[in-house]
Every structure is written in C-alpha cells, then in structure tokens.
Design a protein around this ligand. Structure first.
Ligand code: MN
Length: 251
C-alpha cells in the first residue's frame, strides 16, 4: 500500500467511526420520537448510566502465609489466597462485566445482589468475605478483646466464654460450606451463619447485620491440617483472631 492509499483508507475508517456514534445513539432511543422511553433496541432496559465500571480487588495478604501457624498451616493459607480467593475476584469481575452490572460500589451491589445471577452472588461474596477474613486474623492473635469490644460481647452474650461457645456452635451447625459471623444489628451484637459465599450484607441473606468478625468454615479453609475435625480448627482459630480489627469495625 502506498502512502496515498493508506491515507485514503485511514480517512474512511475515521469517517466510519464518526458516523457510528449518532447511528448507535438513534437505535438506543436517545432523541428518537419513534422509540418510547429509554428502552433498548430489543425493548430491554439499558443499565443505569453514570457509574464507572465496578472493579473488585483482592486485598494484599497482611502477613506471610505461614504466619498463622500452627492454627492454620502455610499451604492452606497459600492455596486459599492464591487459588480460591483470587479465583472469586477474577470471576466476580468477569461476571460484573458480562452481565453489565451498574452500581455505585460493592456495598450497594451486595445490598441488591438478589437482582443478579448466582455467578455474581457467589463470586462477589467470595471476594468480600475473604478480604474481611484475612483482616480479622493476625499472627499470634491479639489476646483477649478489651474495651468496647469486651463490653459489647459481655452485654450481648453474658461473657467472653459464652460468646465463644455460641460462635463455635454457629460454625459447627453450618451444614456444608459457609461462614460464621459476629455482626452488629442496631447497636447490638448477634451471631449467625450463612451458606456458600453469602454474607449478612446481602439482601438475600436470612441473617443480616454489619459484619465484625468472620470465620470461613468451607473445608478448603481447614481440610489439609484438620480433615473432618472442624471443631479443632475452630478451637485453634481463636488463637489468631485480631480483636483490634474487630474494634475498628465496631461502630
Ligand atoms: Mn474460603
């Protein structure tokens, strides 16, 4: 192709691109008196405009994979973070793009998650839940909760030991895969569990509230070290709970 042909072709491409704008706008009903409302060419409602595409992120692991040993072994942590959690984040973002999800932020999306597919629900939940899970653990734990957290636990459950008992029971009673939660509901603390990757911020969840503490009771969280002994995993998990993180979340 000589220079003249190249310029000629470039011009055609430019003109074609320019023309595509107004033509597209007409087919989506903008300013077209023959097209009622804002419906798309197939009569569907287009996504609400105004929100930039939502991109969920995986938090950086705040400590080494081996840092929670012996409560949680390094290989479990590494697979959990790099395979399971990273997989949820990747699939969540792909599904958000594929399904044209248009929302202001992650919290709004979870509050309205019932409107979307199971793929969006499971992977957005998987992304958010694990981001919280890493945050509420710390190497060696932070010891006994104190201050406003201890006061709230005592007020809600009678004592710290009673709280642990009820939380462990919720962890054990969750059949199959899911999560146990400590949440704040109207200024009071409550314990519950959710199946799969649901969480208490989701409109579809029977158990609702503002999550303060979360425990992953999927087998992938403990099976390499504990096999079927979820009770031992829960008992050892208390040693790595980050109560400072819980205090920050408590309003
Ligand atoms: Mn998990």
């Amino acid at each position: 192709m000589d220079r003249k042909q190249f310029l000629s072709r470039s011009l055609k491409v430019t003109v074609g691109t320019f023309l595509a704008g107004p033509i597209l706008a007409t087919t989506t009903g903008c300013g077209d008196p023959d097209t009622p409302g804002n419906s798309g060419p197939d009569g569907s409602t287009p996504p609400e405009p105004g929100f930039p595409p939502l991109v969920l992120t995986q938090v950086e692991m705040p400590y080494a994979y081996t840092a929670l040993e012996p409560s949680i072994d390094g290989m479990t942590m590494e697979i959990h973070y790099t395979k399971h959690h990273a997989g949820y984040v990747k699939k969540a973002n792909a599904a958000i793009g594929d399904e044209g999800v248009s929302v202001a932020n992650e919290l709004d999306l979870m509050g309205d998650i019932g409107k979307y597919s199971a793929t969006v629900r499971n992977n957005v939940g998987g992304t958010w839940n694990h981001n919280l899970f890493w945050e509420v653990m710390a190497p060696g734990g932070t010891g006994m909760p104190d201050g406003k957290v201890l006061d709230a636990l005592n007020a809600g459950f009678g004592s710290f030991d009673k709280f642990k008992e009820v939380f462990a029971e919720a962890s054990m009673k969750r059949f199959g895969s899911g999560w146990a939660w400590l949440v704040e509901q109207d200024g009071k603390l409550a314990i519950g569990s959710t199946p799969n990757q649901d969480n208490p911020l989701m409109d579809v969840s029977e158990f609702k509230g503002k999550p303060l503490l979360a425990l992953d009771v999927w087998e992938h969280a403990y099976y390499l070290k504990y096999q079927n002994k979820r009770d031992e995993y829960v008992a050892n998990w208390w040693k790595v709970v980050n109560w400072d993180a819980v205090a920050k979340r408590l309003g």
